[in-house]
Every structure is written in C-alpha cells, then in structure tokens.
Design a protein around this ligand. Structure first.
Ligand SMILES: [Mn+2]
Length: 339
C-alpha cells in the first residue's frame, strides 16, 4: 500500500501541487471525516507548505459531534477554484459528492486520486492512483499508511481514526484481517480509545425512537425463498430504522423517506447471513436501482443507500411507493439468482 501512496507523493511533488482538495461523500459519516482528516495530515507531513481543504456537501450528526471537539473544517461548496489535485476519500465517484460539483476540474484534467473501501465503481478508472481495498473502513487504509510510512500520528488524528474504525466496523461486529492490529497501532501511537468510543455513544433521541416505532408499524413483510424481505417508510432516520428492522428479525430491510423537496432517500440493510447466502451486494443493488430512475446509489455488501431526485415514475402515495419498490426489488432479487 505504501508503494501506491509513494506514487501519490511522487505525483504531488513532480507536479508541484500547491492547492489540494480532499472530498468526502455526502452526509459524511465518522469514517469519511476521519479518513479525510488522516489523509490531510499525511500529505502535510510530506509537504508542509501545501494548502489542503476538506470538503463534504453535508456532514452526519455524529460526525458533527466529533468535529465539535477539533479544529477541523469541511467546506460544503467549492470556495476556491485553483485546486491542483482532487482526492476522493471514503468514496469512489463524483455522484456521491452530493451538491459539490468538481466537473469543471475534471474537464480541465485536474488529477484525481481515490482512497476508498466501497464496492467497485467505474469512475475509479479515471484516477491517476487509487488505493481501494475491500476492508471494513477507509480509516484502516489510512492507518495502514501511517504504519507503513512511520509518519508520526498526532493524538487527535489517532483518536479520530479510531472513531472512524469503530463506526464502520460497528464496534468490531464487522472486521477485516488487520482491524485489530491497526486499532492497536492507533492506540499505541497516541489515539485515545475512550474518547473515540464515547463520542460515538449516542442515545436515540425521542424523534428517532418515534421513527423506529412508526417504521415498525408500516412494515410490508414479504417472504422470499431466501429470506424475509421488509419494506417500510419514514420521514427521516431511514438508515437507523432499516438497521433496527434487520435486528427485529428480517433478513433484508429497505426503508425509504420522501423529503419535503420530493427526493426519495432509500436505505438498504441486510444481515451478514443473508449477504453470504445470496451473494447479493447491496452497494451494487442500490446503485442499479437508483440508476434506473436517474438517481445515485452505492455502499457495501450489507449496507447501502440510494437517492432519487426525480420521482415522476413513482406513485404519489407512500404506501403505494412501498409496494412499487418491493416489486422492483423482487425483480432485482430474481435476477441475482441467475448469475
Ligand atoms: Mn467508510
């Protein structure tokens, strides 16, 4: 991995890049902000005089809580027009940048680098160098680079990276072969485990609890031969509701929210058992369904999301949307049996 990272360093040096933008995906989660911040200080340790700006079109509530403890800022739009290089961190395509557009940079051939752990996306081919590993968090990829390059970690960066690892592994429910080794490395090099963990302990708010209960009330339960598929809808907290429907006993849960601006946000969650039994990758499935309707989607094997802005093909009524989505989903699930 450090070999690929060395290629990035060489490029930045040879092309004398001065202004660097690091972009995280929309609704940036703790892994996204952690890896972007970790990458920023990696680059600054090689090039102390460059200017690095962090970008995310929106930041999750949990990430906002983490950031409130540190002096790090994410811009939500392009505030400067002179970037010499673009880094995508914890994402592998431009659609996931949300309202931030870097199209102008791309058409001007500004180099793109990708550091990510999501399911493959075509855009990765356009990167000058990409470090994409199918592991549990991008924070682990960044931690590994710190380890291999022996660059000094600060206590803050170590702690933020730990939060990223804890979040994406769901407190070590999902792990990769090196997760514990890299967690140990972060702790041994200044990261504070207690701080990293405590900032993630978020009791459900009253509105979130109500969302869970309403989501449970509106469930459509479908018995497919490979498992129990559930569809529901809610005003917000759709990913958290989908997760809890899987915890309630469904194999696969799809929960959507229709925002006030008529945007459909869909969360997909399934159990590990369902994913390995069916070989369905929810990241690919979400992308496929979203693309059908001109939207964007992606994620991982067991957790993914889709955003559809143009809902003209959908019924008006939310219960009907649920039935419509179930039909589309079942069609797609049927296709996965043939491959
Ligand atoms: Mn991630």
């Amino acid at each position: 991995m450090s070999e690929e990272f060395q290629k990035i360093i060489n490029y930045v040096q040879e092309h004398k890049c001065q202004q660097i933008g690091i972009f995280a995906h929309l609704n940036a989660d703790p892994d996204a902000i952690a890896s972007a911040i970790g990458l920023k200080y990696l680059l600054l340790s090689y090039f102390p005089l460059i200017h690095v700006t962090l970008y995310a079109s929106s930041i999750s509530l949990l990430s906002q809580r983490i950031l409130s403890n540190y002096d790090e800022n994410f811009e939500d739009n392009i505030v400067q027009n002179n970037l010499d290089a673009i880094f995508l961190c914890d994402t592998n395509n431009l659609l996931q940048l949300g309202d931030i557009s870097v199209d102008e940079y791309i058409s001007n051939n500004v180099p793109v680098f990708i550091i990510d752990h999501h399911s493959y996306h075509e855009f990765t081919k356009q990167a000058i160098v990409s470090i994409v590993k199918p592991i549990t968090s991008t924070a682990e990829i960044i931690a590994q680079i710190y380890k291999e390059t022996a660059i000094q970690l600060s206590e803050n960066v170590g702690t933020i990276l730990l939060s990223g690892v804890l979040f994406d592994t769901r407190r070590f429910i999902h792990i990769s072969p090196a997760t514990f080794e890299l967690t140990q490395f972060l702790i041994a090099n200044g990261g504070n485990y207690d701080t990293a963990l405590s900032v993630l302990q978020k009791p459900f708010t009253k509105s979130e609890r109500i969302a869970h209960l309403k989501g449970a009330k509106r469930m459509i339960i479908h018995y497919e031969d490979r498992g129990i598929v559930v569809i529901s809808h809610i005003g917000s907290y759709e990913s958290s509701v989908a997760r809890s429907i899987v915890n309630l006993g469904s194999d696969f849960a799809v929960v959507f929210a229709l925002t006030s601006s008529d945007e459909l946000r869909i969360s997909f969650r399934c159990s590990n058992k369902y994913a390995s039994k069916t070989a369905i990758n929810l990241g690919e499935l979400a992308n496929k369904i979203a693309t059908k309707f001109g939207g964007t989607g992606g994620g991982h094997k067991t957790a993914a999301g889709a955003n559809i802005k143009d809902i003209k093909y959908f019924p008006k009524n939310k219960d009907k949307i649920a039935k419509f989505l179930l039909e589309i989903l079942l069609e797609e699930l049927e296709l996965t049996k043939e491959t």
